[in-house]
Design a protein around this ligand. Structure first.
Ligand SMILES: *Cc1c(COP(=O)(O)O)cnc(C)c1O
Length: 404
């Protein structure tokens, strides 16, 4: 008799985005003439930059001829892409990461979900609250947590690090020492960024305690402030305690193309085992490489034209972020994020719950956002707006919110 992985049954239904979709559809049906503006999306909307499209066309043509056809890609990714990453994302920022410490993948969501496989199930996991749900759910599936607690909306056995207004939406070193620490900066959902000094404290803490930090830097391209690190390897000692996840989704619009990478330094050793070897084994066994044409598109991200075009694309979204941030401020809201991230995190007015504010905004401004409580218990009373819409829609949304 087949049994199922009972850990999956611990997961409460993920109703956040389906509930939003249902509520919006119902409202639109009842009010067919209303123009709804969506600032809840976590997906990019601008087309791929010309340099990337050119690289795609060129490599597609290569696939049409036996002499230039490419089949399975190397396990770790093509050398041309890994070298471009090592040079531009690391060497240029003074980080010592070599091309053979980079594992090219189909995106940071898979990597952030799969990385826990190389660690024992008895490890204690720490996450920020609110949090990108993948880190928690994949550890639940693996049996690294206890049951879900409806009352406090937490899983037993997980260390939750509240990110609150009082601590600038940054986690504090936990009382109980964790083994695996998931950090994401600039942060989704709060848009908070961490300074290099603050991140250094985490690196020191992890090295002192033998913990491993899994650092999700998917929003690195949105950093505008000087003292905010683009990589955890800008911190001293990170090579012995940190794995970094990167994505081409948010900096280059690859959400529908799929490309990312994970960095596992060779100095990262636990129980005498190099984690690089374990991840290489896992990658080689379970993953057959990102497509050649997509890796060529990724290479174009680092070309002079690609860089210039993507700088403009990120600036386009950040203009939206400023519009939202400043508009909300003018309307009297308490806001954060939006400076080093495409996310604006606002405190709901008059102690409204996140979902009450969702309804209020939908019904009165016809604007859709994301309730903070959907990202964790400590997101309650907060609300996320994203800068990934068009400039026109963003302006219109803020005009309406200000008029409330
Ligand atoms: C969007 C996002 C990613 C990127 O995921 P991909 O699978 O590369 O598209 C990773 N982490 C966070 C926190 C994100 O919001």
């Amino acid at each position: 008799m087949v049994t199922v992985n009972k850990n999956y049954l611990k997961l409460p239904g993920s109703y956040l985005f389906s509930t939003i979709a249902k509520k919006v559809a119902a409202y639109q049906e009842a009010n067919p003439d209303v123009q709804i503006v969506r600032l809840g999306i976590g997906d990019v909307t601008q087309p791929l930059a010309p340099a990337i499209i050119d690289a795609l066309h060129k490599s597609v043509d290569e696939m049409a001829h036996a002499e230039t056809f490419h089949g399975y890609a190397p396990d770790l990714g093509y050398e041309f892409l890994r070298s471009a990453i090592a040079k531009n994302d690391y060497e240029a920022r003074g980080c010592q990461i070599s091309a053979d410490e980079i594992f090219v993948s189909d995106g940071a969501k898979s990597d952030s979900g799969n990385i826990q496989e190389i660690f024992g199930t008895e490890n204690k996991v720490a996450v920020c609250d609110p949090v990108y749900p993948v880190y928690v759910d994949t550890n639940v599936m693996a049996g690294r947590t206890g049951d879900y607690n409806k009352k406090n909306e937490n899983f037993d056995g997980v260390i939750y690090m509240p990110c609150l207004e009082s601590n600038g939406f940054l986690p504090e070193l936990p009382v109980e020492t964790p083994d695996l620490i998931y950090l994401c900066f600039p942060n989704n959902p709060s848009g908070a960024a961490i300074t290099k000094d603050k991140l250094q404290e985490w690196v020191d803490y992890a090295n002192e305690n033998g913990s491993v930090i899994i650092y999700d830097a998917a929003y690195e391209a949105y950093i505008t402030e000087e003292n905010v690190p683009h990589s955890i390897y800008e911190c001293e000692g990170a090579r012995t305690c940190a794995i970094e996840l990167r994505s081409f989704s948010k900096n280059a619009g690859f959400t529908g193309v799929r490309l990312g990478f994970t960095v596992v330094p060779k100095d990262l050793v636990r129980e005498g085992v190099a984690l690089h070897d374990l991840w290489a084994r896992r990658h080689g066994t379970k993953f057959n490489g990102a497509p050649y044409i997509v890796q060529r598109a990724g290479e174009a991200v680092y070309s002079p034209e690609g860089k210039a075009q993507l700088k403009e694309q990120v600036a386009y979204y950040m203009r939206n972020a400023h519009t939202i941030y400043n508009g909300l401020k003018e309307a009297g809201y308490s806001v954060s994020g939006g400076v080093n991230a495409p996310y604006i995190w606002l405190k709901t007015p008059n102690n409204m719950s996140s979902w009450d504010f969702f309804d209020y905004l939908l019904e009165n401004a016809h604007v859709v956002g994301t309730p903070g409580s959907g990202f964790g218990a400590h997101g309650e009373g907060f609300f996320r707006l994203t800068a990934f819409g068009s400039y026109e829609n963003t302006q219109e949304a803020l005009r309406r919110i200000k008029a409330l």
